[in-house]
Write a protein that binds this ligand. Structure first.
Ligand SMILES: Nc1ncnc2c1ncn2[C@@H]1O[C@H](COP(=O)(O)OP(=O)(O)OP(=O)(O)O)[C@@H](O)[C@H]1O
Length: 289
């Protein structure tokens, strides 16, 4: 397993607010990661810090084993910012040509396919584009650059559902043919579930949890039943959140359940449901883990 990026103990404070707080993160090469967090959780600060736009107060960043010095940018990476304002007087094609000059793996055939898929006229002036359409230009840059490390900050914000689906499809297909490391931040958590292979969940500047999507799918459960039965069933298991209602208890747990567990739950009249990624994340935050 090769490591594309390591952030160690990153801290960034604005006044009394910790935008990043002793944050650790490690990305394997050629994996698509989701960076999930609520508004203000620290996603943009983290991506900007990796991309060299923000100096952390402390901590380190290593890209492919090389520690970045103060103000040093990672080699051959692409950062698609939230709210990028491209050169307003320029045309789409000019903005793409400018971006292509920075990225050795740039693929023009792919860029033109994406222009077509996103229904963009390359000769249109950037200032004539709607907000959502302008963010598509950034997404084309992120995809066609084929940079070994690509950071997308909320790339689907402002896009309609059709364009969001097209973006996810293009990302998945292209990364299957040209593997690279992607870190994609979003607060549209359920949408990223079929796209990301692994996720980092961030809250108040720290990583709450990171895991494979498959592990989360297998381990994130909602247990409901009589309070005593639930207490006995969940003993020794990782409980993220618990709340009582009348004589009953609802518990969100993070534990793979085997056949024996499921048999026991049936005997105890306990129901087990799988949690969506969004619900799992919400319970994780409510539980303060
Ligand atoms: N330049 C700044 N000055 C002061 N506080 C800041 C600054 N940038 C970020 N913050 C604060 O740091 C915290 C993290 O902000 P950040 O923008 O990284 O969150 P985010 O997860 O990207 O949020 P969103 O999803 O809303 O974009 C927030 O409390 C924010 O108010």
């Amino acid at each position: 397993m090769s490591i594309a990026l390591t952030c160690g103990n990153l801290t960034k404070k604005y006044g009394r607010t910790y935008a990043l707080c002793n944050l650790d993160l490690q990305l394997e090469e050629n994996v698509i990661y989701g960076l999930l967090g609520r508004n203000g959780a620290g996603k943009t600060t983290l991506l900007n810090t990796i991309a060299g736009g923000i100096s952390p107060d402390s901590g380190s960043i290593e890209v492919r084993g090389k520690k970045l010095g103060k103000g040093e940018l990672p080699n051959d990476f692409c950062f698609v910012r939230e709210n990028t304002r491209h050169f307003r007087g320029g045309r789409i094609i000019e903005v793409l040509k400018f971006a292509a000059s920075f990225h050795p793996n740039w693929d023009w055939t792919f860029a033109h396919e994406l222009l077509k898929a996103f229904r963009l006229d390359p000769d249109k002036k950037i200032r004539q584009l709607s907000r959502g359409t302008e963010s598509l230009v950034g997404n084309i840059i992120g995809l066609a650059s084929r940079a070994p490390l690509t950071l997308f900050d909320e790339p689907v914000l402002g896009l309609d559902v059709l364009m969001r689906e097209k973006f996810y499809k293009a990302l998945l297909e292209d990364c299957a043919n040209h593997p690279r490391t992607i870190l994609l931040s979003t607060h549209l958590i359920d949408e990223i579930a079929p796209v990301a292979e692994k996720v980092y969940m961030i809250e108040a500047g720290s990583i709450l949890l990171h895991d494979d999507m498959d592990e989360i799918r297998m381990a994130a459960h909602l247990i409901r039943g009589n309070s005593e039965a639930v207490a006995s069933f969940t003993a020794g298991k990782r409980v993220l959140h618990k709340e009582t209602y009348g004589h009953g208890t609802l518990a969100a747990i993070y534990e793979k359940l085997n056949d024996g567990d499921r048999r026991l739950a049936r005997e105890m009249d306990i129901s087990i449901e799988s949690l969506t990624l969004q619900s799992f994340f919400s319970y994780l935050i409510q539980g303060g883990h």
